[in-house]
Structures are given as C-alpha cells and as structure tokens.
Write a protein that binds this ligand. Structure first.
Ligand code: LLP
Length: 380
C-alpha cells in the first residue's frame, strides 16, 4: 500500500479526513473519457460526499448533480451547478424541500409514487409552474450487494412497481402541472458484478417497448448509480474501470434516437480519493486480542459498524515487523471496530493510521455520538 501523508500534516491534530484532489481529478477525467464518446451524461450523487472543494472539481468536469434532500439541492446550487443540471430524487420529499427545488427551477424531480406526484402537482400549481418529472421504477433486479444498500427489489421501499406503472402514467394526465420526461431506476450500491447492469438494461428494454406500444416515448432514461470500487486493493485499482461499466450499457441497453441517458454515480467517483487519518491512543492486550485503540471511531466512519464493510488500514509511521491487531475506536459500542485481526507493522501509541477508501459515505454519515467533535478535512 502506498498512501503517503504530506509531511506538513504529520503533526496535525487527529482525526481528520484527507482528500486527494489530484486523484479525484484523474478519476473524473477517466470517467468523462469513458462516458462522453458513448453519449452518457453523468450526474454526481452528492450523498456520497458534499464538501465544497470536491463539488467544485466535479462541476468543473461537467457533471450534473443528483440530490436527495433540500439541503443537497441547496448545496449543489451554492456550488455553482446550473439548475438545469440538478435532479431531485428520494422516496420522502417534504413540501418545503419540493418548494425550494421548484423555485430554483431544477431540471427534474424523480418521483416515486402517485401520492408524491399529487403533492408535486399541487405545489407546482401554487408557484404557477409546470415541472418535469421522471418516474422511478422498481425493476425488481437483484444488485447482489449488501441488503442495506439493495434498492431495486420488490421488497424495497423505493420506486413504483412495474405492475403499477401503467396506472401511474394514466393518472399523470390529471396532473396538468407535471410533464413526464423519463424513467429513473437505481438498483443498489457497491455493485461489482456487472451482469446486474446487463439485467437492468434488459428490463429497461422490455419496459420501453411496453411503453412505446402504449404511445409513450420518453426522451430521458436515468440508470441510477451503484458502480462499486475495490476496497481491498485501493492502490492497484485507484481509478475504477469506467470503460467496462459504460461498455456494459452500450452493449445491452437499446437506446432510442435522440434519447438522453444519465447515470448518477457517487461512490466510484469519490471513495478512493479519501482516507480517514487517525492516531493510535493506546495499544492494549487482552487475554485473546491485541487492540489498537484509535482516536477515530464509528462517529467518523460508520460503514464497518453498519454494514460490516471492509476498509484497508495502513500504518503511516511504523516500519516494524507485522503483527495482527483489532483496530477499534473510542466509542462505547462493540461494533466500533474498523477491522479484526488486521496485519499491521508493530503499532505503538502516537502512530498514524489511514483508513482507506473513506471518501464516499464517510464524512457525510458522521455523527456527534458520545458528544464527539466533528473531524476536520484536508485537501491536496
Ligand atoms: N442514485 C440513487 C437514487 C441512490 O439511492 C444512490 C445511492 C446513488 C444514486 C449513488 O449510488 P453510488 O454510485 O454511490 O453507489 N451508505 C452506503 C451507500 C448508500 C447508497 C445510497 N444510494 C454505503 O456506505 O455503502
């Protein structure tokens, strides 16, 4: 593993998130080189990381913004994303959030139910507006990922079931302030098996034909996000294989002439560019284990506690022979564990550790549990 912390940060108070903007820049270049020639438009899912320097770079590379709350819509607008490159998705949008997005005249609402469409129509009318909507369909495609981040199965709360879609489209005729522009799907996150996207394409092909037989031609198709990253080898695969990802859709999705196809990626853009840097407070030996107790915990990175996720851990300051450690945080929960029996160079109080691939769903999911202070961030 080859992550190196700039020398001037070695004495910085910990914990903090370190973001490698040069790597983010390379990632975005590779992403657009794979997407643009194939005619795919990329929206960045702000939920993965919404820090200003990161959004700035992402906007400069020409991506749009995929938002799931009024706060994210506002953050995207503040970061300079043009309103017509902003979409608002989410299963539970509040009236205040809808009103904010309507007033900004964002490009599109991804709607998930007739109930939501009815409210959206009413609120748009009150603002004397007509707004664009895409229907999020639940295609019942298994993403073969962690159950907590699987979203496209019938049992999940997301989207409109295929069997209800015809009825919802009929009801749209009674909602004059809404213009149907497309379909939206998102089947899950950290998807590493690309046959999932093949199956999604096939479902969408069938669905489009079915809609066209009923006279509906949709100018926009949003395939969602979900491309996974290699958490095990953060250095070998520091830029995800976007070519292979877009090639899968290119080969399997039947696109209509002049149809705009969007993807909304989060993790694969930012995960690898972030590390959580933490100092070892104590090394403690119990009857069975050797614990490295850090000053960062599940409050800074909850993924291991919440999903049992693996994150590579690197000792940045020790070159000694390796031993195994349970790497844990200071929080009063046994799930506050970053890794069990992790092989690390002999680790001592004061050593600096990097928990890798923490750029996505790290800082945004942090909490103040145990009344902890929020960790800062550094960008290079
Ligand atoms: N679009 C929609 C509608 C989504 O729900 C999500 C993620 C994305 C796009 C972006 O997906 P990505 O490309 O990042 O996989 N906290 C979890 C991940 C939750 C993902 C939620 N939705 C984790 O730490 O693994």
């Amino acid at each position: 593993m080859s992550f190196r912390l700039p020398a001037d940060l070695l004495d910085r108070p910990t914990p903090f998130y370190f973001y490698d903007l040069a790597l983010l820049d390379r990632t975005l270049t590779a992403l657009q080189q794979a997407a643009r020639p194939r005619g795919f438009q990329v929206h960045y899912a702000l939920k993965a990381n919404a820090n200003a320097p990161i959004l700035d770079l992402i906007r400069q590379h020409g991506l749009g913004a995929d938002c799931v709350s009024g706060g994210e819509v506002q953050r995207a607008l503040d970061a300079g994303f043009a309103p017509d490159h902003v979409v608002f998705a989410g299963v539970g949008k509040s009236d205040a959030e809808i009103n904010l997005a309507l007033a900004a005249d964002i490009w599109c609402f991804n709607a998930e139910s007739v109930e939501e469409l009815t409210v959206l129509n009413e609120l748009a009318g009150a603002q004397n507006r007509r707004t664009r909507v895409a229907l999020r369909v639940n295609p019942n495609v298994d993403a073969y990922t962690h159950p907590h981040i699987t979203t496209g199965l019938d049992a999940n709360k997301f989207g409109i079931s295929l069997s209800d879609l015809g009825g919802v489209i009929e009801q749209l005729e009674n909602l004059p302030n809404l213009e149907l522009v497309g379909l939206h799907t998102h089947v899950g996150s950290q998807i590493t098996n690309l046959t999932v996207f093949e199956k999604l394409s096939q479902k969408l092909n069938e669905l489009q034909t079915w809609l066209e037989d009923r006279g509906h031609h949709l100018p926009h198709l949003n395939l969602g996000g979900g491309l996974g990253i290699d958490y095990h080898q953060p250095d070998q695969h520091s830029v995800p294989d976007f070519e292979q990802y877009f090639r899968t859709f290119e080969q399997h999705l039947q696109r209509r002439p002049n149809q705009q196809v969007h993807v909304e990626l989060g993790r694969s853009i930012v995960a690898q560019c972030g590390s959580l840097v933490s100092r070892v407070l104590y090394v403690k030996h119990s009857q069975q284990r050797r614990f490295a107790i850090l000053d960062a915990g599940m409050t800074e990175l909850i993924r291991p506690a919440l999903y049992g996720s693996y994150h590579a851990i690197q000792n940045l300051t020790s070159q000694l022979p390796a031993q195994d450690y349970d790497v844990v945080g200071p929080i009063c929960e046994s799930s506050d564990t970053f890794g069990r029996q992790v092989l690390l160079p002999e680790t001592r109080r004061g050593d600096l550790l990097a928990i890798r691939s923490a750029g996505a769903y790290g800082e945004v999911m942090s909490s103040g549990y145990n009344l902890r202070e929020k960790a800062g961030a550094e960008y290079r």
